[in-house]
Design a protein around this ligand. Structure first.
Ligand SMILES: C=C(O[C@@H]1C=C(C(=O)O)C=C[C@H]1O)C(=O)O
Length: 287
């Protein structure tokens, strides 16, 4: 019997629309889910311990020759995201020359912050990477970056800290949307599992469409498990995009170029979309 397909799931609410109605039972023991924060999934994917799933878009670029991406799936936003915050003791205009603490759960957003503060503010910052605990991060740093549910929960007790949404900053300076996660598949897995992969991909897309049409049950679930009011959660999910079309690709590939320009990536990457049936399209844009 074939080994089960190992599928990652980001341990944050932001991916739930793609998993909420995923019909796991239909796959019985043909799939396994591994639930972790993005940085852990990134590493597991690069080591071949996971076969497919959402990873940081930055990590996709670092391993672009080994991965392809599933079409129409991402965690993206044009403007405000609502779960990627820089919490700062001072206004952002006064952060040049300071120390900023970065969550150890992220790859895309920590580099997005570096790009924004270097390229658009022309700042020199000293960065430290820490566990995502806001109070502890701010003991010795002027500002702290959190992502995912850590950011959502910290926002509720931010006191008089200044708060900046990274998606909003990116959009303000570039006019682009930003893609934080994409569903990567290790190329090695394609030949072995292509039929199963098509089924899994279709189930993700079905879940996404079902939550789009009827978000009520998901909103009830998250407000029960994570607190917060339902309007807040409704606004959060409305602001997130889980598609990956031209708009998302253009913004992401611009981010890759900025990252390469600053030496954060060895070269600007492009995203290869795997098409059901085994075809692959390289989505490189002419520049
Ligand atoms: C929108 C978000 O996108 C995330 C940010 C990631 C990163 O910074 O590496 C990775 C996956 C996504 O979960 C979020 O976490 O709030």
């Amino acid at each position: 019997m074939q080994k089960p397909l190992r599928i990652g799931q980001i341990l944050y609410t932001n991916v739930l629309p793609v998993y909420f109605y995923f019909d796991q039972e239909r796959f019985e023991d043909r799939i396994d889910f591994i639930r972790q924060v993005p940085a852990t999934l990134n590493l597991a994917m690069s080591r071949g311990e996971i076969d497919l799933g959402p990873i940081s878009s930055f990590s996709y670029a670092e391993h672009a020759s080994q991965y392809v991406a599933l079409s129409d799936l991402s965690v993206s936003a044009k403007g405000r995201v609502g779960s990627l915050f820089l919490f700062s003791k001072k206004p952002i205009e006064q952060l040049n020359g300071t120390k900023i603490a970065l969550t150890n759960t992220s790859a895309t957003t920590v580099n997005l912050l570096k790009i924004i503060l270097r390229k658009f503010y022309d700042y020199e910052i000293s960065y430290v990477t820490q566990e995502p605990v806001l109070d502890r991060m701010l003991l010795d740093a002027e500002a702290a970056l959190l992502i995912g549910d850590d950011a959502i929960l910290a926002m509720r007790k931010k006191g008089d800290l200044h708060v900046y949404d990274l998606g909003e900053l990116w959009h303000r300076f570039t006019g682009y949307s930003m893609t934080f996660a994409i569903w990567a598949v290790r190329k090695q897995v394609l030949a072995e599992h292509s039929a199963l992969l098509e089924e899994v991909h279709a189930s993700f897309l079905t879940s996404k469409e079902m939550t789009r049409k009827n978000p009520g049950p998901l909103i009830d679930y998250v407000s029960t498990h994570y607190g917060g009011d339902k309007e807040e959660w409704t606004r959060y999910f409305q602001g997130l995009q889980h598609d990956f079309g031209d708009e998302q690709r253009i913004g992401l590939e611009y981010y890759y170029r900025c990252a390469a320009e600053l030496g954060l990536l060895p070269a600007p990457a492009t995203v290869d979309i795997w098409q059901a049936g085994g075809r692959q399209t390289n989505t490189t844009l002419t520049r």
